[in-house]
Design a protein. Structure first.
Length: 452
């Protein structure tokens, strides 16, 4: 069972559980079968709020297969999501008193029943996937640094459904076990059969070796799934392996002329969200500005030159979060002493970034895109890191694929490379759906950091 089918199974099961919980709630509430009329009265309003339940589950990452396992993090996330969904449901019924049902009692019963049914279903799902979904046996042909990273991820996360059965290094040695064994060309097909291989990950390029090409060609009758390493790496990590790509990768993946609809839709989303946020937060700006001025001397806004699309510089605007003396050009670090008390709150909730909606309205930035960096940092990093310039092919964003990854990235070169990997993944796969997904998950990230 591939990961898309697993996610569909989770979604279908969740929807079924929501309706089953409603039926059990009505049965318990009215001491027997609710009847067609009573069921219909509740069916439509609850169906409407179930849409928001599913959206909340999604932005809480409950359809992330890495999280959909039975552990304390999942239970905590599921509990918060159901409580939040219940509160939104209560608000919906409160502002719609004419629906004609008794939501207070029914909702309380419903939330309790749906919680236990949801946890039971997710435990059942994990058992079903483990018992009846066979592992996808992998063979890695060729190795490199990124392949070693991927092998470690797969070994440490068995619940994603892959099991490594064969590793043939660049010298043609089987290094799966403790002892390296030479693999002859004629042995490939037999190895694939003996180890019940389903998927072959091609780290080595068959174009560069006629012997390897012939060996893999002999395996065609086995109906194996051959996947390019970079594609598989992206699928598992959500990043692009910098060390495994070249200029041809960009020509094949980024030189697209069919993005007219995407660019139009993205512009509409940017203008709508930026205008909406500016209007609803405008009354708070004087209050925020006053607190900033009372806590430390200096301007209310922090302005800095950043690099935009195609290396065009622009002035980025944020609420000031550092003391005036601390607003130097050195990058901030975790628990930076230069950050003020109120500034720490603004950063934690990302309220400090609200003025950037002005940059979005002007057209310097987008809501979703790579992080905007200072010119001197860009000049330095483009000399040290391959393909760093290519992240400037799109507008920088208030949030991005990297920001919702859940990882803290220091200013180190290693972490900068990882951020670039996330950025290139976004640039390659950018779409309206991905942008909306990132925006929704950013909301969830901000709420979780705020302790909500």
């Amino acid at each position: 069972m591939n990961n898309n089918l697993k996610k569909l199974l989770l979604l279908g099961g969740d929807i079924s559980i929501l309706y089953l919980a409603l039926y059990l709630t009505l049965t318990l509430r009215y001491w027997g079968q609710p009847g067609i009329n009573n069921w219909n009265i509740h069916f439509w309003p609850f169906s409407f709020i179930f849409i928001f339940w599913i959206i909340i589950f999604y932005i809480a990452d409950l359809y992330n297969l890495y999280l959909a396992i039975n552990n304390s993090k999942f239970l905590q996330t599921a509990s918060k999501s159901i409580i939040l969904a219940g509160l939104l449901s209560a608000a919906f019924f409160y502002i719609n008193p004419g629906i004609g049902i008794a939501p207070k009692t029914n909702l309380l019963i419903y939330i309790i029943i749906s919680y236990f049914l949801f946890i039971f279903w997710r435990r059942l799902y994990n058992w079903l996937v483990g018992a009846y979904s066979p592992k996808n046996n992998l063979a890695f042909i060729g190795t490199n640094e990124q392949a070693q990273e991927l092998l470690s991820i797969i070994k440490n996360n068995p619940h994603i459904g892959y099991e490594i059965k064969l590793i043939v290094d660049n010298n043609g040695l089987d290094v799966t076990g403790d002892e390296a064994l030479k693999v002859k060309i004629d042995d490939y097909k037999k190895l694939m059969i003996d180890k019940k291989i389903a998927t072959v990950i091609l780290t080595s390029d068959p174009h560069q070796s006629s012997e390897l090409r012939s060996a893999l060609f002999s395996c065609l009758p086995l109906n194996l799934n051959f996947i390019n390493f970079t594609h598989f790496y992206e699928m598992i990590t959500g990043r692009v392996p910098i060390g495994a790509i070249n200029q041809m990768w960009f020509l094949e993946n980024l030189n697209r002329s069919d993005r007219t609809f995407f660019q139009f839709g993205k512009k509409i989303i940017d203008l709508f969200l930026a205008g909406f946020i500016l209007i609803i937060t405008a009354p708070l700006w004087p209050i925020i500005g006053l607190i900033i001025k009372l806590e430390s001397k200096g301007p209310i806004f922090f302005k800095q030159t950043r690099v935009g699309k195609n290396f065009r510089p622009f002035t980025m605007i944020k609420f000031r979060t550092m003391s005036e003396d601390g607003n130097n050009r050195n990058p901030t670090t975790l628990n930076d002493r230069r950050v003020t008390t109120f500034g720490s709150f603004l950063r934690k909730t990302r309220i400090d970034e609200i003025p950037q909606v002005i940059n979005v309205l002007i057209g310097d930035m987008s809501f979703v895109g790579p992080r905007a960096e200072r010119p001197e940092i860009v000049s330095l990093l483009e000399k040290e890191i391959p393909f760093y310039r290519e992240r400037m092919l799109v507008k920088p964003g208030l949030t991005g694929w990297d920001q919702i990854s859940g990882e803290y990235h220091s200013p180190s070169q290693e972490d900068t490379i990882k951020k670039l990997q996330y950025d290139l993944f976004y640039i390659k796969n950018r779409s309206i759906y991905l942008d909306l997904s990132i925006i929704l998950k950013t909301v969830a990230t901000v709420l979780s950091r705020s302790g909500v």
